[in-house]
Design a protein around this ligand. Structure first.
Ligand SMILES: [Zn+2]
Length: 312
């Protein structure tokens, strides 16, 4: 277990009590300002608190963090199940692995049935557990985009942002390209490289079934400008601004019914989970407007910061 103090660039979940789309923009604005203020939140072992895993919709289960109390403790992990085994999206930190395992098993699934480990992006709060998780699940294949694979295999050293926390390197077994499909047991996960937050930031799309309907689901990597991110003349990432622009264009074109992302507060996971418990007529994670609001807010934040840094 990691006992040293590290830092995270993701902020605490304060959007958790926000309700449906009516308040979505306000919630996102509040969450975003808190995210900036708490950009360098202290990461501590006691951030690991029991969280309740649950079936979100169709074959998608939430097995990640929902800890509102401690900054940086809302790293999302999703289990996507199929008849021929399962796909795990993001392990999060090493210290979360016992809980991740318990969450998966509580839902009645076996670790040994997980065939693929995919990820949102190569920051420690999403991939630091990968190396140890691979040891826990022999035969598991780690899949990543080429540019995030470099960072994962270097344990974070290859990140263009040198202030990022480092982690145990993990071997990537398969490189996935933009638009390529990962197929398993009749389920197809499509990778879309939406770079900027990291060079290989990967958004995944799939189709889920709910109440007899087929719905387009998206798992957004991230489109956030981290604090101190150099968007103009960045020697370690000259294409950063162009990549962010391309990412917003890509996200706007995606057909989205069901909205997920790499941190719980990005998609009001806690609030929607509470709503789901009351068995509403429609699953609250069906939220195309929430997705649009997320993209709009992040694009606005990008443009504001880009111009502030003298970008044209
Ligand atoms: Zn990140």
């Amino acid at each position: 277990m990691r006992m040293t103090i590290m830092f995270t660039r993701h902020a605490r979940n304060r959007a958790g009590n926000c309700s449906r789309t009516f308040f979505a923009v306000l919630c996102l604005l509040a969450a975003s300002s808190l995210a900036s203020a708490q950009e360098e939140a202290v990461r501590r072992p006691d951030r690991v608190v029991p969280t309740k895993p649950f079936q979100i919709i169709g074959n998608v289960y939430y097995v990640g963090q929902t800890n509102n109390a401690i900054p940086g403790s809302d790293d999302a992990s999703f289990l996507i199940t199929t008849r021929d085994g399962h796909i795990l999206l993001d392990t999060s930190e090493e210290e979360m692995l016992p809980q991740l395992r318990a969450n998966i098993e509580k839902l009645g699934f076996k670790l040994a049935d997980i065939k693929y480990l995919i990820h949102s992006h190569s920051h420690s709060d999403h991939v630091a557990g990968d190396a140890d998780f691979k040891k826990m699940v022999p035969g598991l294949k780690l899949v990543a985009s080429a540019l995030d694979a470099e960072v994962i295999e270097s344990g974070g050293k290859a990140d263009f942002d040198t202030s990022r926390a480092q982690f145990k390197p993990a071997k990537v077994d398969r490189i996935i390209k933009d638009g390529e499909k990962l197929e398993l047991g009749g389920v197809s996960m499509v990778a879309r490289v939406t770079a900027g937050h990291t060079k290989g930031c990967t958004t995944w799309t799939t189709v889920v079934e709910d109440a007899g309907r087929k719905l387009n689901a998206v798992f957004v990597c991230s489109a956030r400008i981290s604090e101190g991110m150099n968007l103009v003349n960045n020697p370690r990432y000259p294409a950063i601004a162009a990549d962010f622009r391309k990412t917003f264009a890509t996200l706007k074109e995606l057909p989205v019914d069901v909205f997920f992302a790499s941190h719980a507060f990005f998609f009001n996971m806690v609030g929607k989970a509470k709503m789901l418990e009351s068995k509403p007529k429609q699953n609250p994670f069906i939220d195309p407007q929430g997705f649009k609001d997320f993209v709009t807010l992040n694009e606005k934040n990008f443009l504001t910061e880009y111009q502030k840094q003298g970008g044209k």
